[in-house]
Write a protein that binds this ligand. Structure first.
Ligand SMILES: Cc1ncc(COP(=O)(O)O)c(C=O)c1O
Length: 442
């Protein structure tokens, strides 16, 4: 008898699923076979309302015609063009469109295929920038506790989620972490930006004093920490980080993989907070999640520092086979066009107060210990079951799925971020269903 796995299409064993309880899943599979606008269709023919925009990425809603058509057309016209020493028009066009909606000064774009690659690209740009300027002693990278910057080695090194780091050896050296900003004792149930904790940014000064500014290349943070369970920056915090970085010649990187493309009611969180980083990482909503693609935006100062030496020489030894892939670029252009035509960023801004009210109406339900929101992002933190962390939220996730609602959980926190096309009745349905689930002894 062969010991090979059965290879019939409905055998679930071969696919080792990412960030998934594989054994639980394979006993009770949850498969999506279709999607349209705000809903998924499950393999057993049910409709599931998407309260998470897939995985924080389907900002324009599912299977939008303009995007689908652009991909179809591009696949028939130019499927692939080599990314090194050659190009194709749409990659340039998309870069220009991105720069147009980005914060002032972020004028150049490097393409990647995911958020994780965007982060590692950004960290490499930061290190190399100091080196080309003759400041190669700046090798340290500073992240933050509870930060999520994807799963590649750079990202997990500056990231601060223990489970994502502890298995993987020494990671990058020369990394330090600022404290996270979660202060539930002072800020629980705050609507929008917390009052307390802005002073935590001064911890960066302490780290700078410890290592000396001359050794620090960059600081990376998510403007709103998403994957750890939605931690909103306290008032004044991001501006203070900006000031400290500027003062010490340290680059500030905003990881906008979640907060980009309208999630905050502005193109990027940088504009929402009025704080401009030197480098910004994006992915997810760039192509509405439809085709893998990321983009790193950098300031002219950074870009221009590399543009020296003989003109036939490559200026930056970095890139991916699929950087600016034609089909991804077509998807990106159609996505940006859809956001613009339908005014989806403004729509998200206008919907945010309704979202906030609905979310906070769940405040008095059993086991709810905190609720947080900003833009159209929301989180409900649950009291963990003693001795069984994560189980309460996971039960809520399973119940929601059975009841036709897709939520996301991380630890004992429910996180949500619906597509920006959500109508008020969708928001009512999300919180109506959640209310019933949270009332039912999970
Ligand atoms: C802030 C942030 N950075 C990076 C990533 C990694 O993106 P990807 O899963 O596309 O590699 C994520 C994913 O959720 C993220 O939220």
């Amino acid at each position: 008898m062969s010991n090979r796995l059965n290879t019939t299409p409905n055998d679930l064993r071969a696919f080792w699923m990412p960030f998934t309880a594989n054994r639980q899943f394979k006993k009770e599979p949850r498969l999506f076979v279709g999607a349209k606008d705000m809903h998924y269709t499950t393999h057993d023919g049910r409709q599931v309302l998407d309260a998470t925009a897939g995985l924080w990425c389907v900002n324009a809603g599912h299977c939008r015609p303009k995007i689908t058509e652009a991909i179809r057309e591009q696949a028939g016209e130019l499927d692939y063009a080599p990314a090194f020493q050659l190009g194709h028009p749409k990659a340039f066009e998309l870069a220009n469109r991105l720069v147009n909606i980005a914060p002032d000064g972020l004028n150049h774009v490097l393409y990647t295929n995911s958020g994780s690659e965007s982060v590692d690209t950004a960290l490499k740009v930061a290190l190399a920038y100091h080196r080309v300027k003759g400041d190669g002693s700046r090798f340290r990278l500073i992240g933050r506790e509870r930060g999520y910057h994807g799963v590649n080695f750079g990202g997990i090194s500056v990231g601060g989620i223990v489970a994502n780091r502890k298995m993987f050896g020494t990671l990058l050296t020369g990394v330090d972490h600022m404290p996270h900003t979660h202060q539930p004792g002072k800020n629980a149930f705050t609507r929008g930006e917390p009052e307390h904790g802005g002073d935590l940014a001064s911890e960066l000064e302490r780290i700078v004093t410890l290592h000396d500014a001359s050794t620090i290349a960059a600081v990376i943070v998510e403007p709103v920490a998403g994957s750890t369970g939605v931690l909103i920056p306290p008032k004044g915090y991001l501006q203070k980080l900006r000031d400290i970085c500027t003062k010490h010649g340290i680059l500030l990187i905003f990881d906008e993989v979640i907060t980009g493309f309208g999630r905050m009611g502005t193109p990027f969180a940088a504009q929402y907070y009025g704080v401009t980083p030197d480098i910004m990482t994006t992915a997810k909503g760039l192509t509405n999640g439809v085709i893998p693609m990321g983009a790193v935006l950098v300031s002219s100062e950074i870009h221009d520092a590399f543009m020296s030496g003989p003109e036939h020489m490559i200026e930056f030894f970095h890139g991916y086979t699929y950087s600016g892939n034609p089909i991804a670029a077509a998807a990106g252009l159609a996505t940006l066009e859809t956001y613009k035509e339908e005014g989806l960023f403004d729509r998200a801004r206008d919907m945010a107060p309704y979202w906030e009210d609905g979310l906070h109406s769940l405040k008095d339900l059993p086991n709810v210990i905190d609720i947080r929101n900003i833009g159209t992002i929301g989180a409900i933190e649950l009291d963990p079951i003693a001795g069984e962390p994560t189980k309460r939220a996971f039960s809520a996730f399973l119940k929601a799925y059975e009841n036709g609602l897709l939520i996301r959980t991380t630890g004992d926190i429910i996180a949500m971020s619906p597509p920006l096309i959500a109508e008020k009745h969708h928001i009512d349905e999300i919180f109506g269903k959640l209310r019933e689930i949270l009332k039912s002894n999970i």
